[in-house]
Design a protein around this ligand. Structure first.
Ligand code: F6R
Length: 627
């Protein structure tokens, strides 16, 4: 998805913008651009009226292309500095990824430039009206209307963008947006606004910064102001003024971000994905110390035990990998805590007219806290009076702010598009939640074994990571194939779904996950000589059943690799498993946290062998802020 960076201050804006855009590359993009406002430093007269020109550079493709363009065309003019600027990485929605469609977009005079994340739903109508009034459009984007709308407001605001003009323009927009604008006639000022798309403002680097995502700001500050919906900001070198879309001033609360700048750097690893997988032991250790010190669950939950006793059913709201974590949680909540969880994906949930009952609650899971479908599902629940509990990784994100209560998964910034460490962190917190709910519902004895073993998990994860080469060898068997099947039962089915998702999104191999027992109801027709099947074997009471299904695929010539508890190895070999990756002994409830990591490593190594850009898989974006 798109990214925004803005800077106004005493330093040159260009290097700050380019560094910020680089830190936003992970969000996924297909073009990038910047706009800088020239200002006189005294040695030369300020540009005369009519001479004001923004310096706008944009280019389709990777950021490298924009850098080269900037190096070729931005020459230092004596006496002129560029201390104010906005930058953007675009993920195409309206119009293909071309130079012309890249942001920033300018008005007819070339004096106003705008960058925008989100989608303007009334852009087609606005564009027709503006064109009928003589405005000339240079791109196919929805964003360009903003520059022209602002241009029209100038007559009423003394010829430059003012608060009045900015607010009047905002009133005309429908849809979602985070946006930033600069005016060539007014260096030292940036206009910002947010509705339903993240925007963060922070002091730092001898001035003020703004960005769509925290990692862009981390090198300069860890104190941030998070813009709310229908909030606008005017940034100047030494101050930031926040106001509502009705123009009323707002007092903002500063948020302290726990992340460090180096957490958003590769630190010697080849890719962010492998670095993030290797962070998992430390994350599990941190989470268990924080939320289960001395083996007792201490989650920051405001609902009292009696409230949990009365719950009859939960509703999962999550997408992709986060939904897969929720599918594991469904098993835990139902088996450990005796509390049913209806587990759909958010994009289905929001349109299915769920039949809520008074004692229902919603479990929302999201790494970014910004996923459009998940956010919509959360809002739907709140409109219908269903209490919401959200597990979120990004502090101050939309879901974190809008939910009734939030528990942070504290995995640090996740930069690779494919979610790995955030998933493991979600599993840990979900397991602790299920244990807590079990305890308050009088079923605590079910989870004591797992809680007691949790401190062992980081070391066991580290042991799995130390055996990465074994998985690299399995990956070699899969590097040339076209299809892979993942099978499992119970939580292993949910793990299989996640393993298949990881493989398909980064290696581009077609991967399907099936409940092992479903194979003979159709998918078995696809199994033939050499078809690769990955079996997940952690469920003690289901391992024999899954191995029965392994025998069925072996009988049709499949090649089977299995990831499972070491104690099942001999049974698995007897069933015909060709390649085995064993996991150390651990109580049943904790096994998903251990089995996820080899599935992630397997996908990673297959993708590397196939030469994929592991961190930035094609067509995908890190945080899916559009429906
Ligand atoms: C896959 C992946 C996605 C996300 C999904 C939800 O590796 O990362 O499937 O899990 O887009 O994102 P969040 O968790 O940010 O709501």
């Amino acid at each position: 998805m798109c990214g925004i960076v803005a800077y106004v201050g005493e330093r040159e804006a260009l290097p700050i913008l380019l560094a910020g855009l680089q830190r936003l590359e992970y969000r996924g993009y297909d073009s990038a651009g910047i706009a800088l406002v020239p200002e006189s430093t005294g040695g030369r007269a300020a540009p005369a009226e009519g001479e004001h020109r923004l310096l706008v550079r944009k280019r389709a493709g990777r950021l490298r292309g924009l850098r080269e363009l900037v190096e070729q065309t931005v020459t230092q003019t004596p006496g002129v500095r560029y201390g104010t600027g906005i930058g953007h990485t675009r993920w195409a929605t309206h119009g293909p990824p071309t130079d012309a469609n890249a942001h920033p977009h300018t008005d007819c005079t070339g004096q106003i430039a705008v960058v925008h994340n989100g989608i303007l739903e009334n852009a087609v109508r606005l564009r027709e009206e503006l064109a009928a009034r003589g405005h000339r459009f240079l791109s196919e984007t929805d964003t360009e209307v903003v520059a022209h709308l602002l241009e029209e407001e100038l007559a009423a605001s003394g010829g430059q963008v003012t608060k009045k003009a900015w607010l009047a323009m905002l009133q005309k927009l429908e849809g979602s947006f985070a946006m930033a604008a600069v005016d060539a006639r007014h260096p030292g000022r940036i206009w910002l606004a947010r509705y339903s798309s993240p925007l963060i403002v922070a002091p730092g680097a001898d001035g003020w910064l703004a960005a769509s995502d925290i990692p862009a700001l981390l090198p300069y500050t860890r104190k941030v102001f998070i813009c709310g919906d229908r909030e606008a900001v005017c940034l100047q070198r030494r101050e930031a003024n926040f106001f509502t879309f009705r123009g009323e001033p707002i007092q903002k609360v500063v948020h302290q971000i726990g992340w460090r700048a180096e957490q958003a750097e590769k630190r010697g690893y080849t890719d962010f994905m492998i670095k993030e997988i290797h962070e998992e032991p430390a994350i599990v250790e941190r989470l268990s110390e924080r939320y289960a010190p001395a083996g007792q669950v201490e989650l920051p939950l405001m609902w009292p035990p009696s409230w949990w006793e009365q719950r009859r059913q939960g509703w999962l709201i999550a997408s992709g990998t986060a939904a897969h974590a929720g599918w594991v949680a469904k098993r835990w909540l139902e088996r450990i805590a005796g509390l049913p969880l209806e587990a759909d994906v958010a994009s289905e949930f929001r349109y299915r007219d769920p039949l809520f009952r008074p004692e229902d609650w919603a479990l929302v899971i999201s790494q970014s806290g910004e996923t459009a479908d998940t956010l919509a599902g959360l809002r739907y629940c709140r409109q219908h009076g269903v209490p919401t509990l959200a597990l979120v990784n990004v502090v101050g994100s939309s879901i974190a702010r809008e939910t009734d209560q939030v528990v942070y998964t504290d995995a640090g910034p996740e930069i690779a598009v494919a979610s790995t460490k955030a998933y493991t962190a979600q599993l840990v917190v979900l397991y602790l939640l299920a244990s807590y709910v079990a305890k308050v519902r009088g079923r605590g004895q079910v989870s004591t074994e797992g809680l007691a073993a949790l401190p062992r998990l980081p070391e066991q994860l580290a042991d799995v990571l130390a055996r990465e080469q074994e998985l690299e060898r399995v990956a070699q068997q899969l590097a040339e194939v076209e299809h892979v099947f993942y099978i499992g039962r119970g939580v292993d089915q949910a793990l299989a779904a996640e393993g298949a998702l990881k493989l398909k999104e980064i290696s581009y191999i077609h991967a399907e996950a099936y409940a092992a027992g479903e194979l003979k109801h159709g998918p078995l027709a696809l199994i033939g000589r050499g078809t690769p099947v990955i079996a997940v074997l952690t469920e003690p009471n289901l391992v024999v059943k899954t191995l029965g299904n392994v025998q069925e695929v072996k009988a049709r010539g499949a090649w089977v690799a299995a990831i499972g508890m070491e104690e099942y190895q001999s049974q698995a070999r007897a069933a015909g498993v060709d390649t085995w990756f064993g996991l150390p002994e651990l109580p049943r409830d904790l096994r998903p946290m251990l089995a996820a990591t080899p599935l992630q490593l397997l996908a990673y190594h297959v993708a590397r062998l196939r030469g994929s850009d592991v961190d930035r898989p094609r067509n995908l974006a890190k945080s899916v802020t559009v429906e």
